[in-house]
Design a protein. Structure first.
Length: 311
């Protein structure tokens, strides 16, 4: 699932930012629940600090330094200073959190104040790493160093227990459940529909019962024309009989969790068409249906060199 050290570390960032956003939203509305504070202390102490930061300090930063990025100044020096500051704020948060859990509710305001400062530091820190330090690392590190960092990260996770990544993903879900609204929920139906119809990819969706429930670009030219007459039909009835067995195999694999994607490409009317299928799941991993994407990739295949300037 994660092929590079940047994939691994940025996935950590995204997960932790979601936890921060959920807690900020909840704790600004009302006093923290003791159980949530307990889970937050565990998550940030064990994962954000002892796991994620150590992946960088033990396996990434030394290689960046050896490749010529100064350890005492510049982006790497700033990242190390912010790691130390985050440890200080985390220690304050944990100390106040333990007192709050023990019944000292008078520290609630101080607890939230420290957490807001800690969360703001982490989010700003992650942005700097994602957009500045990691791109620098990709430029100076070779394939062997990249592979060694991935191995080091995996070994560190393994040293912390079986299925460390999954365990903290589960803890993050427990903290954010019911608190974090999907960003798309802030959009009106009109705007969301317009976004989907603007994508250079045709979308269609069948639900968990294999019935067609949605397709995009209704009023636009399509690679595979569809009409509203397909809505509610079993997807097997929308394919030639000779390919139904393949449709059933893909859907069965998705439902069983055996496959995360199925891809095909065909030549049609002088164009190269890329067709992909993905299982759609909720945050708990429950299967909701299958998404089909169809894209004309002819022009993409012809790209050469780089284009960095606007026409």
């Amino acid at each position: 699932m994660y092929d590079t050290w940047t994939d691994l570390l940025m996935a950590d960032h995204e997960q932790t930012e979601q936890v921060i956003d959920a807690l900020e939203k909840k704790w600004l509305e009302k006093k923290p629940a003791a159980d949530t504070v307990k889970k937050a202390i565990r998550y940030f102490s064990e994962f954000a600090d002892a796991c994620h930061n150590q992946k960088e300090e033990q396996h990434l930063f030394p290689r960046l330094s050896a490749a010529g990025i100064p350890r005492q100044s510049g982006p790497l020096g700033v990242m190390l200073m912010e790691h130390e500051r985050s440890k200080q704020l985390l220690a304050e948060f944990c100390e106040l959190g333990q007192r709050y859990i023990a019944g000292e509710t008078a520290v609630a305001d101080d607890l939230v104040k420290v957490f807001l400062e800690y969360g703001a530091l982490l989010k700003n820190h992650y942005w700097k790493e994602n957009d500045i330090l990691y791109p620098m690392g990709r430029k100076v590190l070779g394939p062997e160093e990249d592979a060694a960092i991935v191995t080091g990260i995996e070994e560190l996770e393994a040293s912390l227990g079986a299925d460390t990544r999954k365990a903290y993903q589960k803890l993050a879900r427990e903290i954010t459940e019911g608190m974090l609204e999907d960003l798309s929920a802030a959009l009106s139906k009109e705007v969301l529909a317009a976004i989907l119809n603007t994508l250079p990819i045709e979308l269609s969706f069948v639900d968990a019962e294999d019935s067609v429930r949605y397709f995009s670009h209704e009023n636009h030219p399509k690679i595979f024309p569809r009409t509203r007459g397909v809505m509610g039909l079993k997807v097997q009835n929308c394919h030639p009989s000779k390919s139904v067995h393949m449709v059933n195999q893909i859907l069965a694999d998705f439902k069983a969790g055996k496959r995360d994607e199925a891809s095909f490409w065909i030549d049609m009317n002088g164009k190269k068409i890329h067709i992909r299928y993905f299982p759609v799941r909720n945050p708990h991993g429950e299967y909701l249906g299958c998404l089909e994407t169809v894209q004309d990739v002819t022009a993409i295949q012809q790209l050469t060199g780089q284009k960095r300037l606007l026409d």
